[in-house]
Ligand binder design. Sequence first.
Ligand code: HEC
Length: 247
Amino acid sequence: MHQGNTGIRELPPAQPPLIWYEGNQDEFPELGGGGESAIAGPIFRKNDTYSKKLGLPDRFDGCWLIAEYARGWVKAVELNDKGEIQKIRPVLPTLRLGKPTNLKIGPKGRLHVLYYTKDDKGVLARVENKGATEGSIAPGLVMGLEAPPRQLRKSKEAWAGYQLMSKSDCLNCHQWTRTFVAPPYFEIAERYKADPSALETLTQKVLKGGVGVWGQIPMLPHPQHNEKQARTMVETILYLSQLKPKK
Ligand code: HEC
């Protein structure tokens, strides 16, 4: 022991870990498979100073928030009074979060997640409660999303495409100006603005999914949409090349 160390000399006995894993393990199937870079976040405690509207819902009270850098998830571990694990669930079921590195509860009770995107940009995301429903730990939680560009409202067609996208899963992965899981819509519009076949190829891509144009993360197919809906959404995205992104 270093002589400058004035800390305790009698260490408390080692404790068995609450969660342990290596590769694809049987003990905690909820954690999936892949690399191992565990991130231990805070235990969420409800607090009257938190925002009722934005803060994590009360059912997170007592949950331990954990993340995985290599596997790209953030999960809530429900513990009982004895500190035993009851359930492990995703905090954001529909979202892959790049590579999370840190979790903190902010002053309003929102969860802040620091993570790297697929192209290694650092992002600080805020997870806030947008009407989570009873009975399940987090179905309504969404990321702090960018608002759609205001000028979209001026075009009836463009607004219709936006509404389809907001009801679908698009905005879980795409934002307007910021790289998220997926390329931002303004960048997509810019890339294809001189390409007359873009409307058709991108419509098919939304329907059938695909990978490799922007990076190694795939976009899954959207069999829930018909061609007309997909085309309306792509028209809205392409329309952005006529607008200026609000910085
Ligand atoms: C699970 C995340 C995810 C969701 C949900 C998602 N996308 Fe994507 N999207 C991506 C990724 C990742 C790419 C880049 C794919 C690539 O590199 O080829 C992409 C690419 C695109 C592109 C550009 C395609 C190209 O070839 O340049 C368009 C247009 C698009 N998405 C529209 C949509 C629309 C509309 C929806 C909703 C119906 C949607 N996306 C939902 C992840 C997603």
